[in-house]
Write a new protein. Structure first.
Length: 371
C-alpha cells in the first residue's frame, strides 16, 4: 500500500479494501473485455462511477472539506489509482482528480462553488496542460480562448474543463463548460481510457486567479505523472499475479508450466521489476505529500520506471499465457495496451527521464543530502 505511514496506514488500507471490493463487485475483471469494448465506443461505466462517488466520495477524496471534499491527500488518490490500473476500470476519475486538484491548488476562492457543485452533482471534470495550442485574449473585460487540444483525458464525459493557456507571454488558467467547445472522441490504444480532441473557437472562459500560474502548471504535471505511475504499478502487479496464477494451472508434458525453469526465472524477473516500480512510486507519493521540493525528480523517476516495468511485465504476461494471451477475448492485451498508452499520456517518456536526471543532478550539485 502506498505511503503506509503509521498514523494513516489503517485508514488508507480500509479505503483500498472498500474500493477494491466495490470495483470487483460492480465491474468484475471477468467482464473487462466487454467493458473495454463499450468504452472504446464511448460508453463508460456509469454504474461504477455513480457508486464510487455516492458511496465513497472517490472524486473528492483529496479535496479539502471546506471545498466540499473529504480532506484526504494525494496518497489516497494514488492508492485508488493503483486499483483502477489493476482492475481495468472505465471511469473518468483521472481527469476529474487533476481538474479538482488544479482548482484547489490555485487558491482561488471563487472556484469553491465550482468544485463543491461538481462533487455534489457527481459530475466529471477534465484538465489540459498543453499551453502551446491555445491562445487566450482579453476582450471587453472578458477572456476568449482559441485553439485545439488533442488527447484530453476524460473530457468527453466531463461537464467542466480546466485548462492552461498562453496569454501573450504568460501562462494563465481558465475554467469553462464543455458544452461551449467541440469535443471529438479519439481512438485510443488503451481501450479503457477516454481521449478526445477539443476545439475552441473564440470561447468565453472564466479566469482562475493564481499567484504563479506557471508554477502551478509544473506542479500539476508532476502530480499527473505520480497518479499515472501509480496506475502503471497496478498494471504491473496485476500482470505478475495473472502470469503466476496461469503458470500454476496450465500444463504441458504433464506438468504445470510454472515448474519449468524458464518460466520460474521470467516470473521472478517480473516480480522484481514490479517491486522496483513500487519503491519509486511510493517515494514519489511521499514527495507529493511531504516534500514538494523533491517532487519533480521523484515524479519523473516514478513515471519512467513504473512505465518501463508495466510495459515489459504486461508483455511477458501475454507470452506466458501463450496463444490465449494473444486473443481478443483474454484481458492480457488490455494491460499491455494500458501500459503503453500511459507511458505516452503526458508526453515523451524521454523528456521525463531528462527531468529526473536534471532534478537529481541539480540536487547533487547543490549538495543536497550531504552531511
Amino acid at each position: 500500500m502506498i505511503l503506509a505511514d503509521l498514523e494513516l496506514a489503517e485508514t488508507r488500507a480500509e479505503l483500498v479494501d472498500v474500493v477494491d471490493a466495490m470495483v470487483q463487485r460492480v465491474a468484475p475483471r471477468t467482464d473487462a473485455v466487454l467493458r473495454a469494448d463499450k468504452a472504446a465506443g464511448g460508453v463508460m461505466d456509469d454504474a461504477l462511477w455513480r457508486r464510487l462517488n455516492s458511496e465513497i466520495g472517490a472524486a473528492g477524496l483529496a479535496v479539502p472539506e471546506e471545498w466540499g471534499g473529504s480532506g484526504a491527500s494525494l496518497a489516497e488518490l494514488a492508492a485508488v489509482a493503483e486499483i483502477l490500473g489493476a482492475q481495468l476500470t472505465t471511469v473518468p476519475l483521472l481527469g476529474t482528480w487533476l481538474a479538482l486538484e488544479t482548482l484547489v491548488r490555485s487558491g482561488d476562492a471563487a472556484q469553491t462553488a465550482t468544485v463543491a457543485s461538481a462533487l455534489e452533482a457527481g459530475d466529471a471534470l477534465a484538465v489540459s496542460f498543453d499551453t502551446a495550442q491555445v491562445r487566450a485574449e482579453q476582450l471587453d473585460g472578458g477572456w476568449s480562448l482559441t485553439g485545439e487540444l488533442d488527447r484530453v483525458v476524460d473530457v468527453a464525459e466531463a461537464t467542466t474543463l480546466v485548462l492552461a493557456a498562453r496569454a501573450t507571454d504568460e501562462v494563465r488558467w481558465f475554467v469553462l463548460p464543455t458544452s461551449a467547445v467541440e469535443v471529438t472522441r479519439r481512438d485510443a490504444l488503451d481501450l479503457t481510457r477516454s481521449l478526445s480532441l477539443v476545439r475552441l473557437d473564440g470561447v468565453a472562459a472564466q479566469p482562475v486567479e493564481v499567484a504563479d500560474a506557471a508554477a502551478l502548471l509544473r506542479t500539476m504535471r508532476d502530480i499527473a505523472a505520480v497518479l499515472i505511475a501509480a496506475e502503471q504499478l497496478g498494471v504491473a502487479e496485476q500482470a505478475v499475479a495473472d502470469a503466476v496464477a496461469y503458470a500454476k494451472e496450465r500444463e504441458q508434458f504433464g506438468r504445470a508450466i510454472g515448474s519449468f525453469q524458464a518460466i520460474k526465472h521470467c516470473a521472478a524477473d517480473m516480480a522484481t521489476e514490479a517491486d522496483l516500480a513500487r519503491s519509486l512510486v511510493e517515494h514519489a507519493v511521499w514527495a507529493a505529500v511531504e516534500a514538494p521540493a523533491a517532487l519533480p525528480g521523484a515524479a519523473a523517476s516514478a513515471l519512467v520506471e513504473a512505465s518501463r516495468s508495466a510495459c515489459w511485465v504486461s508483455a511477458e504476461n501475454v507470452q506466458i499465457h501463450g496463444g490465449i494471451g494473444f486473443s481478443w477475448e483474454h484481458p492480457a492485451h488490455l494491460y499491455f495496451r494500458k501500459a503503453r498508452s500511459n507511458e505516452m499520456l503526458w508526453g515523451d517518456v524521454a523528456a521525463w527521464a531528462e527531468q529526473a536526471f536534471d532534478a537529481y543532478a541539480y540536487a547533487a550539485d547543490a549538495g543536497v543530502g550531504e552531511s
